[in-house]
Design a protein around this ligand. Structure first.
Ligand SMILES: Cc1ncc(COP(=O)(O)O)c(C=O)c1O
Length: 503
């Protein structure tokens, strides 16, 4: 029996003009829910689009759109000139809709557990820098670890390069290029690495990736099977731990000492591991350099095990006392090293551009994984960086920043010696962009860092980076981003935070 218009009112078809959901979608949903709940049954007639539009105060098109969608999804049938009515829907389908969200066993409503991989809970539990309280401020705070001197970046030159690239190359860049990156940039990186790092590679071996993090993720997923062990430094960069979890691998932390990572300890801890992730040029966060002996031992291990060394060379551009040390990649004769570099420290971190250098026989595997995980950064930014390098701005900027960071590091070190007389001041930094300030044993570094964040200073507790190794409390202080004029005032805040934490 066909229902009348009066029956239709029973669906309470009111709509809210101010809701974000489009009006046609609201009408669609009300009618659909009425069909599913049984308020409307097979054969029930719907009002004509003209009538319903008038009643609801909406355009006829809106109602027609809703009816069309209901018809496409099979809830109603419409005939031109013959009106619209509720379609015959097999009982099972309505039951399926009705049972959504109820427990099949006892019929009680409520969501069922949502089964995910173990990886999902492990990755959620992995500490993440962005959740650190200092990051809640909407501008970067003094001493943020890893942040370059944004006050001195040549944004005017950069903007000119962006403009020129857009005018001259936009059309050419609109067409997808090589998965592994813009050829010009890969060539520029290969030449830069040969000159500055002694890494001799072809541009084919260079893959442009979304930052060092993107490179780590690709490398670990490609080289490790789920459940495999990987040796990592303890303490270590959180991004390395996270990428290992993402790859389904197990991190085996190896304690760092004055000579950096020790493969002999690693081998004793996990004789079956065949991959190690290291920061040999400037260990993160302990800021030590891996000795030549340890480098030789690590390479020997990789050859003997048929293993892999992932070399994260994140800030090697900044060495003040001597020339940068040769990376493991340049000492490797057997193709056992994957080298990772980044533009985050030498241009800026939000650019999200980095690069991998991979052994020749691994190019195809890397490029395939890069293609299928869409890990190719936008090509426009790649073209801008290529021009920035080709025109000499990049080399000029690095050499200027080397002077600036050296001087900022020395200033911070002497201010620390002056103000924190009771603590052993860190050594004058010979490399990098951060230093480690040891605290008294009775102080909790996490608490100090939290108090400091409230006062507007971003220092990282060393314990945040430690896994198994219990270390004395200490803070990591990034000095590259702090102009000398702001250093003393920021240190005053840090002293205040330490006092508050000791109380
Ligand atoms: C040791 C280390 N590796 C990698 C990275 C990540 O660099 P990117 O911004 O290129 O992902 C950082 C960033 O701070 C780092 O400290």
């Amino acid at each position: 029996l066909a229902k009348t218009r009066a029956d239709i009112e029973f669906i309470e078809l009111s709509i809210a003009q101010e809701e974000e959901t489009p009006l046609y979608r609201q009408i669609f949903k009300r009618v659909r829910d009425a069909v599913i709940s049984g308020q409307l049954r097979t054969g029930d007639r719907l009002p004509s689009s003209r009538t319903l539009a008038k009643e609801l105060g909406v355009s006829r098109n809106t109602v027609s759109l809703a009816y069309e969608q209901l018809a496409v999804e099979g809830f109603i049938e419409c005939r031109v000139g013959g009106g619209s009515w509720v379609a015959k829907i097999p009982g099972g389908i309505i039951d399926m809709f009705t049972n959504l969200g109820t427990d099949e066993c006892d019929g009680s409503p409520g969501p069922r557990p949502r089964k995910t991989s173990n990886r999902a809970s492990l990755i959620t539990a992995t500490p993440i820098e962005e959740k650190w309280p200092a990051r809640r401020h909407n501008h970067p705070l003094a001493f943020r670890v890893g942040l370059p001197a944004m006050d001195l970046f040549p944004f005017d030159v950069w903007s000119m390069t962006v403009g020129k690239t857009a005018r001259a190359e936009n059309k050419a860049l609109a067409v997808r290029t090589d998965t592994s990156g813009l050829r010009r940039l890969r060539e520029a990186v290969a030449s830069y690495l040969a000159l500055s790092r002694g890494v001799i590679c072809s541009s084919e071996q260079v893959l442009i990736v979304p930052g060092a993090q993107g490179g780590l993720d690709l490398t670990l997923r490609l080289l490790l099977d789920a459940g495999e062990k990987a040796l990592i430094e303890d303490p270590s960069y959180l991004g390395i731990r996270g990428a290992l979890v993402g790859a389904g691998a197990k991190a085996v932390p190896v304690p760092i000492d004055d000579e950096g990572f020790d493969i002999a300890k690693g081998e004793a801890l996990a004789p079956d591991a065949r991959l190690a992730v290291v920061t040999p040029s400037h260990q993160f966060p302990m800021a030590v350099t891996m000795s030549l002996k340890r480098r030789a031992m690590l390479l020997e291990w990789a050859n003997r095990m048929g293993g892999w060394i992932v070399e994260d060379d994140y800030d090697s551009e900044f060495r003040y006392a001597s020339r940068p040390l040769s990376p493991l990649m340049s000492l490797d004769t057997e193709g056992r090293v994957i080298y990772i570099g980044t533009f985050s420290k030498v241009i800026y971190p939000a650019l999200r551009l980095g690069y991998l250098v991979v052994p020749e026989d691994m190019i195809d595997a890397f490029v395939a994984l890069q293609r299928f995980s869409n890990a190719s950064p936008p090509v426009f930014e790649q073209a801008v960086v290529a021009s920035f390098i080709e025109q000499g701005h990049f080399a000029r900027h690095i050499s200027r920043m080397r002077q600036v960071y050296k001087s900022r590091g020395e200033s911070l070190r002497s201010l620390l010696a002056e103000r924190f007389g009771d603590l052993a001041p860190p050594a004058v930094p010979s490399a990098g962009m951060h230093m480690i300030l040891p605290l008294q044993d009775c102080v909790c570094d996490q608490l100090v860092a939290r108090c400091a964040a409230e006062l507007g200073v971003d220092v990282r507790p060393l314990s945040m980076y430690s896994m198994r190794e219990k270390r004395s409390p200490a803070l990591a202080l990034g000095y590259a981003c702090v102009p000398e004029s702001r250093m003393a005032a920021s240190l005053d805040k840090l002293m205040q935070a330490i006092r508050a934490a000791v109380k």
